[in-house]
Design a binder for this molecule. Structure first.
Ligand SMILES: Cc1cc2nc3c(=O)[nH]c(=O)nc-3n(C[C@H](O)[C@H](O)[C@H](O)COP(=O)(O)OP(=O)(O)OC[C@H]3O[C@@H](n4cnc5c(N)ncnc54)[C@H](O)[C@@H]3O)c2cc1C
Length: 632
């Protein structure tokens, strides 16, 4: 077997030591266990099974927190710190020491990767050790290989990405076709393997299983030859777009479904806000790699990307907290620190409403934070009154229409070409700290596209009041993209090839700026879930994104609804029952998704034999210095 040559993993602390059958794993001060081998992973699972503890793996934490961590989810101060494990007795695993890759069969482009490998670089990796050199895609590229499709970002771990059924924007290509097999550790610490060809039923049950059928230890990928991409992005009014967003289309202007079908990779961002409405159409096709290829990189934000993002961050934070700007102080302070003269000048262009913003930012830049926030709080009624106009002005500033471009570029889309591993994830340039975004994403059968889009349009057009219209649309965008049908049981585009999902899906991804006041699962998403459900449009929700909250009764009702959307739901749960008999992977959140709240919590097991692994040290995250070692 050939080893993929990797650069040094500088800074990685190897806290796992393997000596024959003895493994010592210490819980790190941040609350995570960091196994560096499969033996160590097995040891942790056995410990959880024997002691009756929950165990969850954190990938790059791009899913909603509840989908990742064990109970209790909320830390003492009510906040979830993505850089540390929630304080609890549960076992939280971080796989930054488990990022090996090796070529299994060069002729077939088969590569085995350990579960902690990131697709690209995770800039927020708590260990600070995620680099281009130890990322999957960069290493594959050096071998002349890649994956068929990538999401909008590539910060995720391989195992976290597949676990939630994540996918890029393509109806033509699926990264799931590139997975050959998975090596899993079940809830008793037993290893099992599932292979696309040898055990197809087991494989399709397991590939997207949200950590409920066991821990993914290793993945074998059947890579594809590398390719480059060429594409363009147009920013227009909806009426001027090359896609007929709501209608049945024409030969010159395809319907949305047709456009997604015939474009290799596509992603649309629809800003439906009145006075600001616009459509951003990003589309790409594959091209052969050729010697001397010179990339022309896609630029997500025109002009100065960082400045634009500070602007958006400030703007969204203000608009999302107008009811109590004084309470938003902790959100505003870090933004103030990044404001510069150029931004103040941009705000000055907003006229009457820009005036208090300029005044506040000038005060903040002089260190008078209290005064700055007071100015903003006093301006809140004016900002609220002008909100619909403001949205238009803001969008014109950070997302100008192509028709507003100057000179030769006027009316022209942005054109770019790149290596696929760098160009397909078009959102990698977004700075997470400035544009913290969370979502709910509905996957609907492609044949329902026109109905769904018309329904949304009518819903947004309906209110007479501009304020109500903005409440419905929110201040952010709706992402529209596709995914092909997928035989994986719990994939959001699962299809048996004959059902209504057989042509693939349209994905409608409602963005929510995380600096807004309120929980979007309570104040924003439910309107869309209800709208689609009440109108008989089948949908499934992305497993890594926002899902319903509410009373046990309400959640049971949603579970029943989704059970009706997944033909293999019961089969999946039956498999879960067998593979995790002590329910160590089944957190409160996942119980709610599947209406399994009646199942017992993990119990200490007398019947479990001596584990292979002898010593596991677990230290309280709150008392790392007082070594409290539990050994078996
Ligand atoms: C900015 C942003 C952009 C995004 N873009 C896209 C996109 O383009 N397309 C898309 O489909 N989704 C997208 N997502 C969603 C994202 O891809 C998913 O949430 C994905 O699951 C995150 O992977 P992760 O490595 O962060 O895993 P985490 O979020 O940390 O974990 C995901 C789940 O997998 C489990 N898990 C992780 N590792 C293992 C393991 N080894 N064994 C068993 N279970 C495991 C976790 O416990 C959790 O349940 C985006 C999210 C964000 C925040």
């Amino acid at each position: 077997m050939v080893a993929i040559s990797l650069g040094e993993e500088s800074g990685a602390t190897r806290s796992t030591r393997v000596t024959r059958a003895i493994v010592t794993i210490e819980r790190d001060a941040d609350g995570f266990y960091r196994p560096a081998s499969e033996e160590a992973l097995i040891a942790l699972v056995k410990k959880a099974h024997a002691e009756g503890k929950q165990l969850r793996v954190r990938g790059s934490a791009h899913s909603v927190a509840a989908a990742i961590y064990a109970d209790p989810l909320v830390t003492g101060d009510g906040a979830i710190d993505p850089a540390s494990a929630p304080a609890s007795d549960a076992i939280h695993v971080l796989l930054n020491n488990y990022r090996g890759m090796r070529v299994v069969d060069a002729g077939q482009r088969l590569v085995e990767v350990e579960a902690g490998v990131n697709l690209g670089v995770d800039p927020e990796d708590p260990s600070g050790t995620s680099t281009q050199e130890n990322s999957l895609l960069f290493n594959l590229w050096r071998l002349g290989w890649t994956l068929s499709d990538l999401g909008g970002i590539t910060h995720q771990t391989v195992s976290g990405f597949f676990s939630t059924g994540s996918s890029g924007g393509s109806l033509s290509w699926s990264v799931y076709d590139d997975i050959q097999s998975l090596r899993m550790i079940d809830g008793r610490g037993e290893v099992y393997e599932v292979d696309r060809d040898r055990t197809p039923e087991d494989f399709q049950a397991t590939v997207t299983s949200m950590g409920l059928l066991g821990i993914i230890s290793k993945v074998v990928l059947r890579c594809v030859p590398t390719f480059n991409i060429t594409g363009q992005e147009a920013i227009t009014r909806v009426a001027d777009a090359s896609v007929d967003l709501f209608g049945e289309g024409s030969p010159e202007r395809p319907s949305l479904a047709r456009f997604l079908e015939r474009t290799e990779y596509a992603r649309l961002e629809w800003f439906p806000q009145r006075k600001g409405e616009r459509l951003v159409v990003w589309q790409v096709q594959r091209i052969e790699p050729e010697p001397g290829f010179r990339p022309v990189r896609y630029q997500e934000f025109s002009g100065d990307p960082e400045l634009s993002q500070v602007f958006v961050c400030l703007f969204f934070t203000l608009l999302g907290n107008l009811d109590d700007l004084r309470a938003a102080r902790s959100k505003l302070e870090p933004i103030f620190e990044q404001v510069d003269e150029e931004l103040i000048q941009r705000l000055a262009c907003l006229g009457r409403v820009g005036q208090p913003l300029v005044e506040a930012l000038t005060l903040a830049s002089e260190g008078a934070l209290d005064a700055a926030i007071e100015v903003l709080a006093l301006a809140a009624p004016l900002l609220r009154k002008e909100l619909p106009n403001l949205m238009g002005m803001a969008l014109d500033t950070f997302l100008p229409l192509d028709s507003r471009k100057k000179g030769r570029d006027k009316g022209e889309p942005q054109c770019f070409r790149d290596w696929s591993w760098r160009g397909l994830p078009m959102d990698n340039q977004v700075i997470g700290s400035l544009m913290p975004t969370t979502f709910t994403e509905l996957w609907i059968p492609l044949s329902y596209t026109q109905r769904a889009m018309k329904l949304l349009k009518d819903y947004f057009d309906e209110p007479a009041s501009a304020r109500e219209a903005l409440r419905r649309t929110g201040t952010y965008a709706i992402e529209l993209y596709g995914a092909p049908p997928n035989p994986a049981w719990m994939s959001m585009s699962y299809s048996d090839g004959k059902d209504v999902w057989r042509d693939g899906v349209l994905r409608i991804d409602f963005y929510w700026f995380q600096g807004n006041a309120g929980d979007p699962a309570e104040v924003f998403y439910p309107q869309f879930w209800k709208l689609f459900r009440d109108n008989g449009i089948p949908f499934r929700l992305h497993w890594g994104k926002g899902q319903p909250v509410g009373s046990q009764e309400e959640l049971a009702d949603w579970a029943a609804f989704f059970r009706g959307q997944y033909a293999r739901w019961d089969d999946f749960l039956e498999r879960r029952r067998k593979l995790d008999p002590n329910n160590i992977f089944l957190t409160r959140y996942w119980r709610q998704r599947f209406d399994l709240s009646h199942l017992p919590a993990p119990q200490p097991r007398e019947d479990v034999g001596t584990p292979l692994i002898m010593i596991i040290r677990g230290c309280s995250p709150r008392a790392a210095s007082n070594r409290c070692c539990a050994s078996r």
